[in-house]
Design a protein. Sequence first.
Length: 377
Amino acid sequence: LCSSPEDQKAEDIVEGHESALLHIAMGMSDSQPNVTFHEALCNALLSARAAVERGSALAGLPWGYRSLDRLTNGLVGGNMYVIGARPAMGKTSIGLGIALRIASANLRCLFWSGEMTAEQVGARGGAAKASLNLRSVFSGRRWDVPEEAATGQQPELEGWQWNALQGACDEAQKLPLEIDTRGGLTVAQLRSRARRMKRSKRGLNAIILDYVQLMRGSPRVRGRMRYEEMTEISNELKILAKELDVPVIVLAQLNRESEKRENKRPAMSDLRDTGALEQDADVIALIHREHYYIQKEASSGGLVKRDKETHDAFNVRCQEFQERLDAARGKGDVFVVKNRHGPEGRCRMLFDNETTWFRDAGEDMRSPAWGAGLEFA
Protein backbone atom coordinates (compact mmCIF):
# COMPACT_ATOMS: atom_id res chain seq x y z
CA LEU A 1 0.00 0.00 0.00
CA CYS A 2 2.85 2.40 0.89
CA SER A 3 4.80 1.55 -2.28
CA SER A 4 1.69 1.79 -4.49
CA PRO A 5 -0.49 4.47 -2.89
CA GLU A 6 -2.39 5.19 -6.14
CA ASP A 7 -4.65 8.17 -5.35
CA GLN A 8 -4.56 7.85 -1.55
CA LYS A 9 -3.19 10.68 0.56
CA ALA A 10 -0.45 10.05 3.11
CA GLU A 11 -2.95 10.72 5.91
CA ASP A 12 -5.31 8.05 4.54
CA ILE A 13 -2.46 5.51 4.38
CA VAL A 14 -1.42 6.19 7.99
CA GLU A 15 -5.06 6.08 9.09
CA GLY A 16 -5.57 2.72 7.37
CA HIS A 17 -2.53 1.25 9.11
CA GLU A 18 -3.59 2.64 12.52
CA SER A 19 -7.06 1.16 12.08
CA ALA A 20 -5.63 -2.22 11.05
CA LEU A 21 -3.27 -2.22 14.05
CA LEU A 22 -6.17 -1.39 16.36
CA HIS A 23 -8.17 -4.38 15.10
CA ILE A 24 -5.12 -6.62 15.54
CA ALA A 25 -4.69 -5.33 19.11
CA MET A 26 -8.39 -5.90 19.82
CA GLY A 27 -7.93 -9.54 18.81
CA MET A 28 -4.95 -10.12 21.11
CA SER A 29 -6.56 -11.65 24.18
CA ASP A 30 -3.27 -11.58 26.16
CA SER A 31 -2.68 -7.86 25.62
CA GLN A 32 -4.50 -7.11 28.89
CA PRO A 33 -4.06 -9.51 31.81
CA ASN A 34 -6.95 -10.80 33.91
CA VAL A 35 -7.73 -9.12 37.23
CA THR A 36 -9.01 -11.07 40.22
CA PHE A 37 -12.33 -10.05 41.76
CA HIS A 38 -10.45 -9.20 44.97
CA GLU A 39 -8.21 -6.71 43.09
CA ALA A 40 -11.21 -5.21 41.32
CA LEU A 41 -13.12 -4.65 44.56
CA CYS A 42 -10.08 -3.22 46.35
CA ASN A 43 -9.49 -0.78 43.49
CA ALA A 44 -13.14 0.32 43.69
CA LEU A 45 -12.73 0.98 47.43
CA LEU A 46 -9.54 2.97 46.79
CA SER A 47 -11.41 5.10 44.24
CA ALA A 48 -14.20 5.76 46.74
CA ARG A 49 -11.69 6.80 49.44
CA ALA A 50 -9.90 9.05 46.96
CA ALA A 51 -13.21 10.79 46.15
CA VAL A 52 -13.79 11.46 49.86
CA GLU A 53 -10.25 12.76 50.33
CA ARG A 54 -10.56 15.26 47.50
CA GLY A 55 -13.81 16.52 49.01
CA SER A 56 -16.03 15.40 46.16
CA ALA A 57 -19.21 13.34 46.28
CA LEU A 58 -18.62 12.32 42.67
CA ALA A 59 -17.01 9.18 41.31
CA GLY A 60 -15.55 11.16 38.40
CA LEU A 61 -15.21 14.66 36.98
CA PRO A 62 -17.99 17.23 37.33
CA TRP A 63 -20.26 17.86 34.37
CA GLY A 64 -20.51 21.47 35.49
CA TYR A 65 -24.28 20.93 35.87
CA ARG A 66 -25.27 19.75 39.33
CA SER A 67 -28.46 18.00 38.22
CA LEU A 68 -26.45 15.79 35.85
CA ASP A 69 -23.84 15.19 38.55
CA ARG A 70 -26.49 14.02 41.00
CA LEU A 71 -27.99 11.49 38.58
CA THR A 72 -24.79 10.13 37.05
CA ASN A 73 -22.27 10.60 39.88
CA GLY A 74 -20.05 12.60 37.55
CA LEU A 75 -18.10 11.81 34.40
CA VAL A 76 -16.12 8.61 34.95
CA GLY A 77 -13.01 7.77 32.95
CA GLY A 78 -13.55 4.91 30.50
CA ASN A 79 -17.27 5.64 30.11
CA MET A 80 -19.04 6.86 26.99
CA TYR A 81 -21.82 9.41 27.44
CA VAL A 82 -24.30 10.11 24.63
CA ILE A 83 -26.33 13.33 24.53
CA GLY A 84 -29.00 13.19 21.82
CA ALA A 85 -31.38 15.82 20.46
CA ARG A 86 -33.23 16.99 17.40
CA PRO A 87 -31.84 20.05 15.54
CA ALA A 88 -32.29 23.41 17.35
CA MET A 89 -32.66 21.76 20.77
CA GLY A 90 -29.19 22.84 21.92
CA LYS A 91 -26.76 19.92 21.41
CA THR A 92 -23.81 22.19 20.70
CA SER A 93 -24.80 24.60 23.48
CA ILE A 94 -24.79 21.95 26.17
CA GLY A 95 -21.72 20.19 24.75
CA LEU A 96 -19.71 23.41 24.74
CA GLY A 97 -21.14 24.32 28.15
CA ILE A 98 -19.87 21.02 29.58
CA ALA A 99 -16.45 21.56 27.96
CA LEU A 100 -16.08 25.11 29.28
CA ARG A 101 -17.27 24.25 32.77
CA ILE A 102 -14.90 21.28 33.01
CA ALA A 103 -12.07 23.49 31.76
CA SER A 104 -13.02 26.14 34.34
CA ALA A 105 -12.15 23.56 36.98
CA ASN A 106 -8.64 23.49 35.40
CA LEU A 107 -9.25 20.13 33.72
CA ARG A 108 -8.02 19.78 30.16
CA CYS A 109 -10.61 19.06 27.44
CA LEU A 110 -10.62 18.34 23.74
CA PHE A 111 -13.73 19.62 21.94
CA TRP A 112 -14.32 18.51 18.34
CA SER A 113 -16.84 20.29 16.14
CA GLY A 114 -17.72 18.76 12.80
CA GLU A 115 -19.95 21.61 11.59
CA MET A 116 -18.48 24.87 12.95
CA THR A 117 -15.24 26.77 12.61
CA ALA A 118 -13.12 27.43 15.69
CA GLU A 119 -14.15 31.09 15.50
CA GLN A 120 -17.84 30.16 15.61
CA VAL A 121 -17.24 27.91 18.63
CA GLY A 122 -15.39 30.75 20.34
CA ALA A 123 -18.18 33.21 19.54
CA ARG A 124 -20.78 30.96 21.20
CA GLY A 125 -18.77 30.74 24.39
CA GLY A 126 -18.01 34.45 24.32
CA ALA A 127 -21.66 35.41 23.87
CA ALA A 128 -22.63 33.37 26.91
CA LYS A 129 -19.82 34.76 29.07
CA ALA A 130 -20.53 38.38 28.08
CA SER A 131 -24.33 37.89 28.24
CA LEU A 132 -24.75 39.13 24.68
CA ASN A 133 -26.89 38.01 21.79
CA LEU A 134 -24.88 35.56 19.70
CA ARG A 135 -25.44 37.70 16.58
CA SER A 136 -23.80 40.63 18.39
CA VAL A 137 -20.55 38.71 18.74
CA PHE A 138 -20.50 37.97 15.01
CA SER A 139 -21.55 41.46 13.86
CA GLY A 140 -20.32 43.85 16.57
CA ARG A 141 -23.81 45.34 16.72
CA ARG A 142 -26.61 45.37 19.26
CA TRP A 143 -29.66 43.19 18.65
CA ASP A 144 -31.41 44.00 21.93
CA VAL A 145 -32.55 47.44 20.70
CA PRO A 146 -34.34 48.73 17.55
CA GLU A 147 -32.34 49.64 14.46
CA GLU A 148 -31.22 53.24 14.02
CA ALA A 149 -33.60 55.27 11.87
CA ALA A 150 -30.79 57.25 10.24
CA THR A 151 -28.74 54.27 9.09
CA GLY A 152 -31.32 51.50 8.99
CA GLN A 153 -28.84 49.32 10.89
CA GLN A 154 -28.48 48.00 14.41
CA PRO A 155 -26.34 50.32 16.57
CA GLU A 156 -22.76 49.29 17.34
CA LEU A 157 -21.98 47.65 20.66
CA GLU A 158 -21.48 49.98 23.62
CA GLY A 159 -18.12 50.31 25.32
CA TRP A 160 -19.19 48.16 28.28
CA GLN A 161 -20.24 45.40 25.89
CA TRP A 162 -16.87 45.43 24.11
CA ASN A 163 -15.25 45.33 27.54
CA ALA A 164 -17.35 42.30 28.50
CA LEU A 165 -16.23 40.49 25.36
CA GLN A 166 -12.60 41.43 25.96
CA GLY A 167 -12.95 40.19 29.54
CA ALA A 168 -14.24 36.85 28.23
CA CYS A 169 -11.27 36.70 25.85
CA ASP A 170 -8.83 37.38 28.70
CA GLU A 171 -10.39 34.71 30.90
CA ALA A 172 -10.40 32.18 28.04
CA GLN A 173 -6.60 32.37 28.03
CA LYS A 174 -6.58 30.50 31.36
CA LEU A 175 -8.79 27.65 30.17
CA PRO A 176 -7.20 24.30 29.19
CA LEU A 177 -9.73 23.76 26.39
CA GLU A 178 -8.58 22.86 22.87
CA ILE A 179 -10.80 22.89 19.78
CA ASP A 180 -10.50 20.53 16.81
CA THR A 181 -12.54 21.40 13.71
CA ARG A 182 -11.22 18.90 11.16
CA GLY A 183 -14.03 17.80 8.86
CA GLY A 184 -15.01 14.13 8.62
CA LEU A 185 -12.94 13.11 11.64
CA THR A 186 -12.17 9.41 12.06
CA VAL A 187 -11.60 7.69 15.39
CA ALA A 188 -8.02 6.94 14.27
CA GLN A 189 -7.37 10.66 13.77
CA LEU A 190 -9.01 11.46 17.10
CA ARG A 191 -7.02 8.74 18.87
CA SER A 192 -3.72 10.04 17.50
CA ARG A 193 -4.34 13.58 18.79
CA ALA A 194 -5.89 12.48 22.08
CA ARG A 195 -2.99 10.14 22.83
CA ARG A 196 -0.49 12.96 22.37
CA MET A 197 -2.50 15.17 24.70
CA LYS A 198 -2.81 12.40 27.28
CA ARG A 199 0.97 11.77 27.25
CA SER A 200 1.81 15.48 27.62
CA LYS A 201 2.55 17.13 30.94
CA ARG A 202 -0.94 18.67 31.16
CA GLY A 203 -2.66 15.38 30.30
CA LEU A 204 -6.21 15.01 29.02
CA ASN A 205 -9.33 14.81 31.20
CA ALA A 206 -12.30 14.67 28.80
CA ILE A 207 -13.28 14.50 25.12
CA ILE A 208 -16.47 16.07 23.70
CA LEU A 209 -17.55 15.29 20.12
CA ASP A 210 -20.09 17.42 18.22
CA TYR A 211 -21.56 15.37 16.62
CA VAL A 212 -21.09 11.68 15.92
CA GLN A 213 -22.97 11.46 12.59
CA LEU A 214 -20.40 13.86 11.12
CA MET A 215 -17.56 11.44 11.86
CA ARG A 216 -16.27 8.93 9.30
CA GLY A 217 -15.51 5.26 9.66
CA SER A 218 -12.18 3.71 8.76
CA PRO A 219 -11.32 2.96 5.10
CA ARG A 220 -12.25 -0.65 5.89
CA VAL A 221 -15.97 0.18 6.24
CA ARG A 222 -16.41 3.27 4.07
CA GLY A 223 -18.81 2.68 1.24
CA ARG A 224 -20.75 0.05 3.18
CA MET A 225 -24.07 0.54 4.94
CA ARG A 226 -24.07 3.67 7.15
CA TYR A 227 -25.32 1.57 10.08
CA GLU A 228 -22.19 -0.59 9.86
CA GLU A 229 -19.96 2.48 9.69
CA MET A 230 -21.68 4.06 12.71
CA THR A 231 -21.35 0.81 14.66
CA GLU A 232 -17.60 0.78 14.07
CA ILE A 233 -17.32 4.44 15.16
CA SER A 234 -19.33 3.74 18.31
CA ASN A 235 -17.33 0.64 19.24
CA GLU A 236 -13.99 2.37 18.72
CA LEU A 237 -15.03 5.46 20.71
CA LYS A 238 -15.89 3.21 23.65
CA ILE A 239 -12.50 1.47 23.29
CA LEU A 240 -10.78 4.88 23.17
CA ALA A 241 -12.49 5.98 26.39
CA LYS A 242 -11.24 2.86 28.15
CA GLU A 243 -7.77 3.04 26.62
CA LEU A 244 -7.17 6.65 27.72
CA ASP A 245 -9.27 6.34 30.90
CA VAL A 246 -11.17 9.54 30.12
CA PRO A 247 -14.90 10.19 29.70
CA VAL A 248 -15.93 10.57 26.06
CA ILE A 249 -19.07 12.68 25.60
CA VAL A 250 -20.72 12.05 22.23
CA LEU A 251 -23.38 14.38 20.87
CA ALA A 252 -25.83 12.72 18.48
CA GLN A 253 -28.67 13.90 16.27
CA LEU A 254 -31.91 11.99 16.80
CA ASN A 255 -34.05 10.77 13.92
CA ARG A 256 -37.39 12.37 12.98
CA GLU A 257 -39.66 9.94 14.82
CA SER A 258 -40.27 12.32 17.74
CA GLU A 259 -41.47 15.00 15.29
CA LYS A 260 -44.29 12.69 14.20
CA ARG A 261 -45.57 12.09 17.74
CA GLU A 262 -48.08 14.33 19.45
CA ASN A 263 -45.80 14.36 22.50
CA LYS A 264 -42.48 15.62 21.09
CA ARG A 265 -40.41 14.41 24.03
CA PRO A 266 -37.54 12.29 22.61
CA ALA A 267 -37.08 8.62 23.42
CA MET A 268 -34.06 6.31 23.38
CA SER A 269 -35.51 4.56 20.31
CA ASP A 270 -34.93 7.83 18.38
CA LEU A 271 -31.23 6.85 18.32
CA ARG A 272 -32.18 3.95 16.06
CA ASP A 273 -30.05 5.12 13.11
CA THR A 274 -26.79 5.49 15.03
CA GLY A 275 -25.39 1.97 14.84
CA ALA A 276 -24.46 0.43 18.18
CA LEU A 277 -24.39 3.78 20.01
CA GLU A 278 -27.44 2.89 22.10
CA GLN A 279 -25.83 -0.38 23.24
CA ASP A 280 -22.28 0.94 23.75
CA ALA A 281 -23.20 4.04 25.77
CA ASP A 282 -22.93 3.93 29.55
CA VAL A 283 -25.24 6.92 29.89
CA ILE A 284 -27.75 8.34 27.38
CA ALA A 285 -29.30 11.77 27.95
CA LEU A 286 -31.84 13.44 25.64
CA ILE A 287 -32.46 17.19 25.38
CA HIS A 288 -35.98 18.57 25.07
CA ARG A 289 -37.25 22.16 24.96
CA GLU A 290 -41.03 22.29 24.90
CA HIS A 291 -41.00 26.04 24.21
CA TYR A 292 -39.46 25.44 20.77
CA TYR A 293 -42.32 23.15 19.71
CA ILE A 294 -45.04 25.42 21.10
CA GLN A 295 -43.61 28.34 19.13
CA LYS A 296 -43.39 26.15 16.05
CA GLU A 297 -47.03 25.18 16.49
CA ALA A 298 -48.02 28.85 16.54
CA SER A 299 -45.98 29.74 13.44
CA SER A 300 -47.45 26.82 11.49
CA GLY A 301 -51.01 28.04 11.97
CA GLY A 302 -51.89 26.12 15.10
CA LEU A 303 -53.96 29.04 16.40
CA VAL A 304 -56.19 29.49 13.36
CA LYS A 305 -59.90 29.51 14.19
CA ARG A 306 -61.37 26.09 13.44
CA ASP A 307 -64.58 25.32 11.56
CA LYS A 308 -67.64 25.54 13.83
CA GLU A 309 -65.46 26.79 16.72
CA THR A 310 -67.20 29.57 18.62
CA HIS A 311 -65.45 32.87 19.25
CA ASP A 312 -65.39 32.18 23.02
CA ALA A 313 -63.95 28.71 22.54
CA PHE A 314 -61.25 30.12 20.26
CA ASN A 315 -60.34 32.78 22.85
CA VAL A 316 -60.09 30.13 25.58
CA ARG A 317 -57.83 28.02 23.37
CA CYS A 318 -55.61 31.04 22.63
CA GLN A 319 -55.36 31.84 26.33
CA GLU A 320 -54.44 28.24 27.20
CA PHE A 321 -51.85 28.27 24.40
CA GLN A 322 -50.30 31.49 25.74
CA GLU A 323 -50.16 30.00 29.25
CA ARG A 324 -48.33 26.94 27.91
CA LEU A 325 -45.92 29.19 26.02
CA ASP A 326 -45.19 31.34 29.09
CA ALA A 327 -44.74 28.30 31.34
CA ALA A 328 -42.19 26.77 28.94
CA ARG A 329 -40.25 29.96 28.13
CA GLY A 330 -36.59 29.85 29.15
CA LYS A 331 -36.78 26.22 30.26
CA GLY A 332 -35.44 22.91 29.02
CA ASP A 333 -35.02 19.34 30.16
CA VAL A 334 -32.30 16.73 29.91
CA PHE A 335 -33.79 13.26 30.34
CA VAL A 336 -31.33 10.57 31.41
CA VAL A 337 -32.93 7.52 29.76
CA LYS A 338 -30.07 5.06 30.24
CA ASN A 339 -27.67 4.94 33.16
CA ARG A 340 -25.65 1.78 33.46
CA HIS A 341 -24.42 2.61 36.96
CA GLY A 342 -27.26 4.62 38.47
CA PRO A 343 -30.83 5.90 38.20
CA GLU A 344 -32.64 7.43 35.26
CA GLY A 345 -34.42 10.72 35.64
CA ARG A 346 -35.13 14.27 34.58
CA CYS A 347 -32.71 17.20 34.90
CA ARG A 348 -34.49 20.55 34.80
CA MET A 349 -32.53 23.25 32.99
CA LEU A 350 -32.75 26.93 32.09
CA PHE A 351 -32.12 28.01 28.51
CA ASP A 352 -31.24 31.54 27.42
CA ASN A 353 -32.37 31.90 23.83
CA GLU A 354 -30.34 35.10 23.29
CA THR A 355 -26.98 33.61 24.25
CA THR A 356 -28.07 30.01 23.42
CA TRP A 357 -26.82 28.79 26.80
CA PHE A 358 -27.95 26.17 29.32
CA ARG A 359 -27.83 26.53 33.08
CA ASP A 360 -29.11 24.35 35.89
CA ALA A 361 -32.62 25.20 37.08
CA GLY A 362 -31.12 26.20 40.44
CA GLU A 363 -28.68 28.69 38.92
CA ASP A 364 -29.18 32.44 38.63
CA MET A 365 -29.45 33.46 34.96
CA ARG A 366 -26.78 36.08 35.72
CA SER A 367 -24.35 33.53 37.16
CA PRO A 368 -21.04 32.94 35.31
CA ALA A 369 -21.82 31.04 32.13
CA TRP A 370 -18.58 29.08 32.23
CA GLY A 371 -19.15 27.90 35.79
CA ALA A 372 -16.49 29.98 37.54
CA GLY A 373 -17.24 29.93 41.25
CA LEU A 374 -19.51 26.88 41.04
CA GLU A 375 -18.88 24.31 43.74
CA PHE A 376 -18.51 20.86 42.22
CA ALA A 377 -19.52 18.44 44.95
